[in-house]
Design a protein around this ligand. Structure first.
Ligand code: HEM
Length: 307
């Protein structure tokens, strides 16, 4: 793995690098800058307590959520081959949890050092474009950093925020109502089918078509997701967010509950604060990997910068 050539990898230096790669647009998130704030409801399944005693998952609640498009550019076209994000806050009072998910099951870096170096290799030059030779050299030395882009490239473009599967990526320690702790991964799957676009269809779509689609589907009550917990097995690689668990797609999964998105909120309702991955109510713990440790402070730093 390459070390960062230019600096020490800290949450602050990573936030700076995210901003620099995106051309430093002011007052927006360092990542997933384009997005739409929405509200809805969460209804637990009767099996949620088998996985977690967290009252944010075992009790019904209102939901504040945000659908987003990856990267730090708030004007990115919705047809770009980047990630889609879905962040949501469940629970009430002292039992709130923020769950941040994206449309790939892996992250693009295993450690903060690798994440900083990945971003630094992509900082645009005077012509506004990254140095392709530098990116290729970094990728050759760090092949696992391509796992995420390869996953996205191998699938059709999402035609709807509501027809896309999202992952929480990290392994979260979950403590059940009986007090037993195991690792789970969150998978947030549309209640209906995935909705996708061909490259040709994408060419005809306006830059904000995902918002138009979301508006239509909210009107028909058609934005519903099952929140699933994928259950671990002994020996799963819980420290490496660039790889999936063996046989992950056929893991035993438990439906924790269902989210129904019922309306838009003014973007200010989401932008004034953050969905913060460190906000987890008792019953779901912090993932043990280094990337999550960096995330614990990165989000607050980004919020302070964009205020
Ligand atoms: C598993 C890996 C990750 C996932 C699934 C993820 C997902 C997300 C999502 C969905 C958002 C949008 C939040 C919103 O809608 O308000 C976001 C924002 C952000 N992410 Fe991540 N992220 C990951 C890793 C990281 C890492 C490692 C860092 C830095 C160390 C980071 C830094 C940020 C920052 C700074 C923001 C903007 C926060 C704000 O200003 O509100 N992310 N991320």
């Amino acid at each position: 793995m390459s070390e960062s050539p230019n600096g020490v990898a800290t949450p602050a230096s990573i936030v700076d690098a995210l901003k620099t790669v995106a051309g430093n647009p002011p007052k927006v998130r360092a990542s997933f800058a384009k997005g739409w704030c929405v509200r809805g409801t969460y209804t637990p399944s009767d099996r949620a307590g088998d996985v977690t005693r967290s009252q944010s998952f075992t009790r019904p609640s209102r939901v504040l959520a945000r659908f987003s498009v990856g990267g730090g550019n708030p004007d990115v076209a919705d047809t770009n081959r980047v990630l889609r994000g879905f962040s949501f806050r469940l629970g009430d009072g002292d039992h709130r949890s923020d769950i941040l998910t994206e449309s790939a099951p892996v992250h693009f870096a295993r450690t903060p050092e690798q994440m900083l170096a990945f971003l630094e290799a992509r900082i645009p030059g005077p012509d506004g474009r990254p140095d392709e030779a530098k990116v290729a050299a970094f990728s050759a030395a760090n092949p696992e950093t391509l796992n995420q882009a390869n996953y996205v490239a191998a699938r059709p473009l999402p035609a709807s925020f509501a027809g896309t599967t999202y992952w929480g990526v990290h392994a979260f320690p979950a403590t059940s109502a009986r007090g037993e702790t195991r690792f789970v991964k969150f998978k947030v799957a549309p209640v209906g089918d995935d909705v996708t676009l061909t490259e040709q269809e994408a060419e005809t779509k306006p830059a904000d078509f995902l918002h138009v689609d979301l508006n239509t589907r909210i009107g028909t009550g058609d934005v519903r997701f099952n929140v699933m917990a994928l259950l671990d097995r002994p020996g799963d690689p819980v420290m490496d967010v660039t790889i999936r668990w063996p046989d992950e797609d056929s893991r035993e999964e438990v439906r924790l509950g269902t989210i129904v998105i019922t309306g838009f909120e003014p973007n200010q309702a989401c932008d004034a604060s953050i969905f913060n991955p460190a906000n987890l109510a008792d019953g779901i713990g912090h993932p043990p990997d280094e990337i999550f440790a960096a995330r614990r402070t990165a989000y607050a730093i980004s919020l302070a910068k964009r205020r």
